[in-house]
Write a protein that binds this ligand. Structure first.
Ligand code: FAD
Length: 419
């Protein structure tokens, strides 16, 4: 019989960007860390992008490309967003994260099936009968979680997208640029929920083009989005002559802030996907050092239970929980808004002072700023959109009032209002 492995200080479930960044930051603070994932270290499969100014400085070395020509279309005239957008090189991102962990990180291939508390820590069971012991247990198992379960009020509302990396005779989007959102209809006579094009020029005749449903319940299917993408490209007269790969995107956007528990959830398992943009990676890179520091200090001084609590408190301070409630109001508005009004909504959104719309999309903006931006948006949108937003607020008056009351407790603490 194989001898039981000695316990590690921490076991992190999941080898996505959240799990690797947290495991590495814990290891960098001298903890022994086991990361368990069903696959060996490998470049993260999805295409990951982020606003350049939301990345920690060290992460700039992990980028494949940066665009300064970044646009949104709500009509034929583009709105320049005047904000640089970055694409990760996922091999570099993985290797940089692992290097930050130094030697204290062990990557174990396996699938976690369950965990039981034993003595001063956990016995974690693998699907093939393995047992790993650890003092602190962290779940970065992705959108469904592995040992924790994110909660989605009213049911999960999904962002879905179908994309291709392909080669084109004629540019399907701005050459040399990045299109964050093109809300022009994909082709004449299109019916059903709204979608937009997300596109980037990858050099020469190579582009990523993705037909995206920002958020919907029920979600748009892969097939519907694939058909729309190709209809859009044909209607523009820019079909691809070769397709390098396809990408399917599907994840929930409306997770509530989790309650503290015995296992610390991180990344999308903790509902940290931004409820309006769907972004998460840049936020995880920022949060991981702070959470790891809180866990490491509390583990050394007060033991595993306190370490888990300290990690949770670092991740979900009261102002962030309040901000999540306000952001979920924004989600409710987007879900309720009739599709034909979305372009007008985003037109107003991107014509707010830049600091305001940027703050609204940031993972770390306080609730008061979010609420004020929403009120400003409300004041400036066309009347039909305003009426729809009022309906959204009244759909759940209790939640709306609670969120605004909480927002009032966290007035602006930084210069993010753009005033
Ligand atoms: C195609 C796509 C594109 C996206 N693009 C962006 C983007 O451009 N920018 C952005 O910020 N966000 C983007 N997102 C949203 C989000 O950031 C990603 O979903 C991101 O991958 C979430 O990171 P994560 O580490 O939390 O989870 P994941 O990347 O999902 O990683 C979960 C890990 O847990 C492992 N796992 C699951 N269950 C178990 C188990 N029981 N035992 C052991 N291991 C387990 C999985 O194998 C995996 O290694 C995108 C999402 C998708 C799907």
């Amino acid at each position: 019989m194989a001898a039981a492995l000695p316990p590690t200080d921490a076991l992190v479930v999941g080898g996505g960007p959240a799990g690797v960044s947290l495991a590495a930051e814990l290891a960098a603070r001298g903890l022994s860390v086991r990361l368990v994932a069903p696959h060996p270290p490998r470049p993260f499969p999805p295409t990951y992008g982020a606003w350049l100014d939301e990345l920690p400085d060290w992460a700039r070395a992990t980028l494949a490309d940066v665009w300064t020509d970044v646009r949104a279309y709500t009509s034929d005239r583009p709105t320049p967003l005047l904000r640089a957008y970055a694409l990760f090189d996922n091999i570099r991102l993985l290797n940089t994260l692992l290097a930050r962990g130094g030697g204290g990180l062990t990557w174990t291939v396996g699938r976690v099936r369950g965990a039981v508390r034993g003595g001063e820590g956990w016995e974690v069971c693998g699907a093939c009968g393995e047992t790993w012991r650890a003092h602190v247990l962290l779940d970065a198992g992705g959108h469904a979680g592995s040992l924790t379960r994110p909660r989605h009020p009213g049911g999960a509302a999904l962002q879905t997208a179908f994309g291709i990396v392909g080669y084109f005779d004629r540019p399907p989007a701005a050459p040399g640029g990045m299109v964050w959102m093109d809300h022009r209809p994909p082709c004449p006579g299109v019916r059903g929920p709204p979608t937009f094009l997300y596109a980037m020029h990858l050099g020469d005749d190579r582009y990523l083009v993705e037909e995206t449903s920002l958020i919907a319940r029920p979600a748009l299917s892969r097939r519907a989005l694939q058909e729309r993408l190709h209809a859009r490209l044909s209607a523009q007269g820019t079909p691809p002559h070769d397709i390098e790969r396809e990408e399917w995107v599907a994840f929930p956007m409306n997770a509530a802030a989790p309650q503290p528990g015995a296992v610390l959830a991180f990344g999308s398992a903790a509902g940290l996907v931004h409820p309006v943009s769907g972004f998460q990676v840049a936020g995880a890179l920022h949060d991981a050092p702070r959470v790891a520091e809180a866990v490491a200090v509390a583990l050394a001084r007060r033991g595993p239970v306190a370490a888990t609590q300290a990690g949770w408190a670092a991740l979900w301070p009261p102002e962030r929980r309040a901000a999540r409630e306000v952001a979920l109001l924004g989600v409710q508005a987007l879900l309720t808004l009739p599709g034909k009004q979305l372009p007008a909504f985003f037109d107003t959104f991107f014509h707010l002072p830049p600091a305001q719309w940027r703050a609204f999309l940031s993972p770390h903006t306080e609730a008061g700023t979010l609420a004020r931006t929403m009120l400003r948006l409300f004041a400036h949108v066309p009347l039909a959109v305003r009426v729809a937003l009022v309906r959204a607020a009244f759909a759940e008056p209790g939640a709306s009032l609670r969120a605004l009351h909480r927002a009032a407790q966290f007035p602006r603490t930084s210069g993010t209002d753009g005033e």
